[in-house]
Design a protein around this ligand. Structure first.
Ligand code: ZN
Length: 208
């Protein structure tokens, strides 16, 4: 399916400082954004969940996006366009600028090695290790340091196991950084319908 990729690249060409990164299926990506810059996470093929985390730059990974602070400020409801995600210093860190899906999750942890091992799948890729792998450059030593993620495009209200993804090809969410940040995203390798499949065949792109 070439169309969504072409569309994403076209979108990136229209932005003022285009920079597109295709995240390989079941892999991760880390990128820096400055305060005031915007970036977008695009689902190229549809129904792809993206575990997303962020840290305030130059804080030794101590100040970070916090789902508990975000849930508190948003009364447990995912952010609407114009609303923010919060960090663990009780300040807004990211603002949602555009959102074509409006279905995301603020409750689930990232999938991790133990999660897959308990289901009999050793050496399965996971969002926690994908993020840790890319955050190693910024000083992360272990996937156990990965913060609870904002699960983009994940459809799990009240822990219900609905069809996990509701996004269509080309759907996206766009954020404005309210602080200088390092962000990380993982193309979630979990496939509920075909476990233990190792990849989803989907890719996602960020446009810092
Ligand atoms: Zn995952």
């Amino acid at each position: 399916m070439a169309f969504p990729i072409q569309q994403a690249l076209e979108t990136s060409r229209r932005s003022s400082s285009p920079k597109t990164h295709i995240i390989k299926a079941s892999h991760g990506h880390a990128f820096e954004v400055k305060k005031g810059e915007q970036f977008r996470v695009v689902d190229l093929y549809g129904e792809q969940i993206v575990d997303f985390a962020a840290w305030v730059a130059n804080t030794n990974l101590i100040q970070k996006l916090s789902m508990s602070y975000s849930r508190y400020h948003l009364s447990g409801v995912q952010p609407a366009v114009g609303e923010c995600l919060w960090d663990n210093t009780d300040e807004p860190i990211l603002r949602v600028v555009e959102d074509t899906v409006k279905v995301h999750d603020m409750t689930f942890m990232s999938c991790n090695p133990e999660f897959y091992q308990k289901m009999g799948a050793k050496h399965h890729r996971s969002c926690a290790t994908n993020i840790a792998e890319k955050m190693q450059f910024y000083g992360m030593g272990s996937y156990l340091e990965v913060t609870d993620p904002f699960n983009i495009f994940q459809n799990t209200p009240n822990y219900s196991l609905k069809p996990l993804g509701t996004s269509k090809p080309g759907d996206y969410i766009q954020f404005e950084a309210l602080k200088d940040c390092v962000c990380a995203a993982s193309c979630c390798p979990y496939v509920r319908s075909a476990f233990p499949a190792t990849t989803t065949g989907d890719v996602t792109t960020c446009l810092p």
